[in-house]
Ligand binder design. Structure first.
Ligand SMILES: C[S@@+](CC[C@H](N)C(=O)[O-])C[C@H]1O[C@@H](n2cnc3c(N)ncnc32)[C@H](O)[C@@H]1O
Length: 209
């Protein structure tokens, strides 16, 4: 798995509330915790991280009584949601699922998390999607929820490139699944149409997407 690159670290940092204790769950080498001035946690005692941050060996947030802000990044959507489900519930969480951001957003919405802000950061020839969530009801649904209600409503300097990258991704899936996996093909086509419409609304010609 990829460790937080500089751009993603900055995106995470910029979404963190100021003057708030931050607990960076699964901090690995501790670079994000260092950038944020937070506490670094890891479930693996043998992991060696940087020595200029405070470390707690823990499964998720379990040993903490109160969590003003948690950063849970660079993990799969299901792992992130499991850590949040196990509690204690943070007042704010900054999240990044490296495998399936649409799934992360869907799961969060069904568990009483509202997406408050979102950012993009270039990483590994695509764009890492970083979410800030707070307890509450998420009003968006469907593909708007999956692809980022705040990104789509508020815009982002990288949104256009990100949507084009996603169009390429779902276009390839649609081609690969044509004539075989009907459900997967229909879903890829529907996602592609949604993303192309968003790009068209932004004034982009999507003929070649
Ligand atoms: C790929 S690294 C991500 C490092 C960094 N957070 C980032 O964004 O790049 C994932 C880390 O999460 C840790 N991890 C996974 N599940 C965890 C849990 N339940 N509690 C604490 N750490 C966990 C793993 O040990 C691993 O070091």
């Amino acid at each position: 798995m990829k460790r937080a690159g500089r751009a993603r670290r900055f995106a995470i940092r910029d979404l963190c509330p100021p003057d708030t204790l931050i607990i960076d769950v699964g901090a690995d080498h501790g670079h994000v915790a260092h950038a944020l001035g937070g506490i670094a946690t890891e479930r693996m005692p043998q992991r060696s991280g940087r020595t200029d941050v405070d470390w707690v060996i823990a499964d998720g947030l379990l040993p903490f009584r109160d969590v003003p802000c948690a950063v849970i990044a660079g993990m799969g959507a299901e792992t992130i949601v499991r850590i949040l489900d196990n509690g204690p519930r943070p007042s704010v969480a900054i999240l990044h699922a490296q495998d399936d951001p649409p799934k992360l957003r869907r799961m969060l919405a069904t568990r009483g998390w509202r997406i408050d802000a979102e950012a993009l950061a270039p990483e590994a020839r695509r764009y890492a999607e970083v979410l800030r969530v707070v307890p509450g009801d998420e009003p968006s649904s469907g593909f708007t929820l999956e692809f980022g209600p705040r990104l789509l409503a508020d815009g982002h300097p990288l949104l256009h490139d990100h949507l084009q990258q996603l169009c390429g991704h779902y276009g390839r899936i649609a081609k690969q699944t044509k004539g075989s996996a009907t459900d997967a093909h229909s879903l890829a086509m529907a996602r592609l149409a949604f993303l192309q419409k968003k790009l068209t609304d932004m004034g982009v010609d999507t003929q070649d997407s």
